[in-house]
Design a protein around this ligand. Structure first.
Ligand code: NAD
Length: 246
């Protein structure tokens, strides 16, 4: 990764986003650490990384809200210039029978994952096109590829993120902008903390490597896609999943 590359990671207060922001920062990038509810965690991470000599900025925004996203990107831009790498990672999860999903549940799921990605992409792409360079990495899920019982709205939103990725890769390729997607398998974060023991065991049985992934496993993949080593990769869905989906 080139030093001083400007990176924006959404949903970076914890889990995959936090570790991704950390890895970019330790690699010498200038990193915007976006958080919503637990902004204190983003500030804490920013403090730790600053002490280690990294260039980081904690940013508070709700990706569902266009004006908040625009303000966040403007702030980052004022500090360090335009965003070189955007990681759309912010997400929520919910398990419910399809017939129990309310219209509000459905709208929220699509607002965070799909509209949030749409807002963040639209906020950074004009500068990327002007500079004829940029990388966007969207975080989907294996459920967006396989479908998931009792998570229809989550799986549908994650599938939409894959469609958005592929379409945007085609549209922006001629402007030398790469758009890729990471579709993690089961990763040990707060998002899956609510799973009971039988549920966890069931997932482990279905994972040939027999373990859950770590946030670092996904962060490594995201950092690779943002690096020069991935210069010929665009419109792809890479799924670190322990063999859950082959
Ligand atoms: P997490 O719950 O630990 O972190 C999610 C982050 O998104 C948090 O920082 C949260 O504050 C932020 N966020 C939620 N709504 C937001 C909003 N409206 N605006 C801004 N930020 C918002 O989850 P995680 O496991 O680290 O998940 C990160 C991404 O990876 C998500 O998109 C998730 O769907 C995806 N994913 C996770 C797993 C897994 O097993 N953990 C598997 C596949 C995909």
């Amino acid at each position: 990764m080139k030093r001083d590359t400007v990176v924006l990671v959404t949903g970076a207060s914890r889990g995959i986003g936090r570790e991704t922001a950390r890895q970019f920062a330790l690699a010498g990038c200038r990193v915007g650490i976006q958080a919503l509810n637990r902004y204190d965690l983003a500030e804490q991470l920013a403090g730790e990384l600053s002490q280690a000599g990294c260039q980081v900025l904690a940013l508070q925004a709700d990706v569902r809200d266009r004006s908040q996203v625009d303000a966040m990107v403007a702030r980052l831009c004022q500090s360090w210039g335009p965003v070189d790498v955007l990681v759309n990672n912010a997400g929520i999860a919910q398990q419910k029978l399809f017939t129990d999903i309310s219209e509000q549940d459905w709208d929220l799921m699509f607002a965070v994952h799909v509209k949030g990605t749409f807002h963040c992409c639209q906020a950074v792409i004009p500068d990327m096109v002007r500079r004829q360079a940029g990388k966007i990495i969207n975080v989907s899920s294996i459920w967006g590829l396989t479908g998931a019982s009792c998570e229809v709205h989550y799986a549908a939103a994650k599938a939409a993120v894959i469609g958005l990725t592929k379409s945007l890769a085609k549209e922006l390729g001629p402007s030398h902008i790469q758009v890729n997607c990471v579709a993690p398998g089961v990763i040990e974060t707060d998002m899956i903390a609510g799973l009971d023991e039988p549920g966890r065991n069931e997932l482990l049985v279905q994972t040939p490597l027999g373990v859950m992934g770590s946030p670092a496993d996904i962060a490594h993949t995201i950092c690779f896609l943002a690096s020069d080593k991935a210069a010929f990769i665009t419109g792809q869905v890479i799924s670190p999943n322990g063999g859950f989906l082959i």
